[in-house]
Design a protein around this ligand. Structure first.
Ligand SMILES: *Cc1c(COP(=O)(O)O)cnc(C)c1O
Length: 348
């Protein structure tokens, strides 16, 4: 089935005329700016933030475009990945009428965002190997299913989804396929950004929250067709990315090698931690990880989690989640942190 953006967009979204900000109307940088009701004297803080920021974050996008080897018109920036997730749902799903498809066990925000927007959730579990069950997914799609969320590497299981299966779904599904690549820097694959031109219904999400070490910034990236990016830009709050975030992201993008170095350190720790965890009696199973965390099956996830908390080591209890019975999710820490984790687990 061919994809047509027009047929997945809500009618009201097609009709919306975006808010035209002062910064949109006059694009120059020189002059006396009496157009936006800002304070001309400056800010009370040392850092001057009295002027509204660039609504389209041109400098950040130019740097990202170069890094990702993709034109800037294919890039949307959001207040965390959470914002494009919500905007995509609101652009395409009619409250009380439409549905989205999720693949548990997976990231919780898709369901929360759909729930807030009164959108039905169709859940098709992953296979036992935590890969896509293509047949079941395509059978579960309804005529009102607008978005399919694929998380790869998946949270909380840690694995990359089979590329061929994702491609099959991209071709067979006539709605939008979101591939959430929050952890792609930790995986041994380029992910789906290089394939954007082949799939008009593809949206790839990435974030500055994990590999870049900038979770407090709240900066998420959506890569998609120019047309989808234009829709997101039309319906976003005008100044969704604040000045400090834009400046900080630009600084980071000038130092990609520092990010890569941290990623290498984390991967080293991941390999070492796997080996050590696998020697412990509490470890019943370790799942392969393409991310900066490891999912570990234990005899009793809640008990292990509580025991670790008592010793001030905090992990994530995932044992109540489908296909994750007994499991805790462990973020890879520093060498010292990981050693402490192992010490405590040895006592369990
Ligand atoms: C952590 C995470 C994100 C990041 O969300 P932000 O809002 O960008 O911080 C997105 N998707 C998944 C699957 C995650 O685990």
């Amino acid at each position: 089935m061919a994809f047509s953006l027009d047929s997945v967009l809500r009618d009201n979204i097609k009709k919306v005329k975006p808010y035209s900000s002062a910064r949109d109307e006059y694009k120059g940088t020189e002059g006396i700016f009496l157009d936006a009701n800002e304070n001309p004297y400056g800010s009370v803080t040392e850092k001057q933030v009295n002027r509204y920021p660039d609504p389209l974050q041109r400098d950040v996008k130019a740097a990202l475009a170069e890094l990702k080897n993709i034109p800037a018109e294919h890039i949307f920036l959001g207040n965390g990945s959470d914002e494009p997730i919500d905007l995509l749902i609101r652009a395409t799903c009619e409250p009380g009428r439409d549905s989205v498809l999720i693949l548990p066990p997976t990231y919780g925000m898709y369901e929360v965002s759909a729930g807030i927007n009164d959108i039905e959730i169709i859940a098709v579990p992953l296979t036992k190997e935590y890969d896509l069950n293509v047949e079941a997914i395509l059978a579960a799609v309804k005529s009102n299913t607008k978005i399919l969320f694929i998380c790869s590497p998946n949270n909380p299981t840690g694995n990359v989804m089979s590329e061929d299966r994702v491609k099959t779904i991209l071709t067979a599904f006539s709605g939008i396929v979101v591939v959430d690549e929050a952890y792609i820097d930790f995986a041994d694959t380029k992910g789906f950004v290089p394939l954007l031109n082949q799939y008009p219904n593809l949206v790839v999400l990435q974030t500055f929250s994990k590999a870049w070490g900038m979770a407090a910034l709240r900066l998420g990236t959506a890569f998609a067709s120019k047309e989808i990016v234009a829709v997101l830009n039309k319906i976003k709050p005008p100044y969704n990315i604040n000045l400090l975030t834009q400046e900080c992201a630009l600084e980071a993008l000038k130092n990609v090698s520092a990010k890569d170095k941290m990623v290498r350190q984390i991967l080293e720790q991941r390999n070492w931690l796997r080996t050590e965890l696998s020697k412990l009696p509490v470890c019943l199973e370790l799942y392969p990880s393409d991310a900066n965390f490891i999912l570990m099956r234990t005899p009793d996830g809640k008990k292990v989690y509580d025991f670790l908390v008592e010793h001030t080591v905090i992990t994530r209890d995932r044992s109540k989640i489908i296909l994750c019975e007994g499991c805790i999710r462990i973020t890879i820490g520093t060498e010292q942190e990981n050693k402490r984790l192992l010490e405590v687990l040895k006592k369990f």
